[in-house]
Write a protein that binds this ligand. Sequence first.
Ligand code: ZN
Ligand code: MN
Length: 153
Amino acid sequence: MTMTAAATAFPQGMSETEAVLREALEANGQRYTEQRAAVYRFLLSTDRHPTADEVFTTVRSDLPDISPATVYKALETLVGCGLAVKLTYGDGSARYDARTDPHPHARCLTCGRVVDVPGKLDTQMIDRLGPVHGFAVEGYRLELVGHCEHCVA
Ligand code: ZN
Ligand code: MN
């Protein structure tokens, strides 16, 4: 059996994704579980920014016994470990994104769909907004709002 250079870096049978997840969980005092791995794999596989319900519906097809609460806790754990970002909105809804680098989103005001926006803002534009009196800026979130191709008609 030939092993690729990438494969030799991980214990036998463990994918790079599993290794990354295991390391991040353990660094945060959390256990690696099949449920958490399934949730993380699904988040990595999609750019659709699913809600917890959507994650549950998909992951349940692989792990029929998983509960909505377990999925929700797994998502929060991934966010806590820095492996996912939680996008929250004024109506209390939330979506999850395994892409953790700062990037802008576009959100449909009708159906709630969220998509990535290509390109990056010049961060000097952000600097031009400040400083805000008495406020330590940690970062920014940019969201374009409007109507997606399914809702515009
Ligand atoms: Zn829409
Ligand atoms: Mn995104």
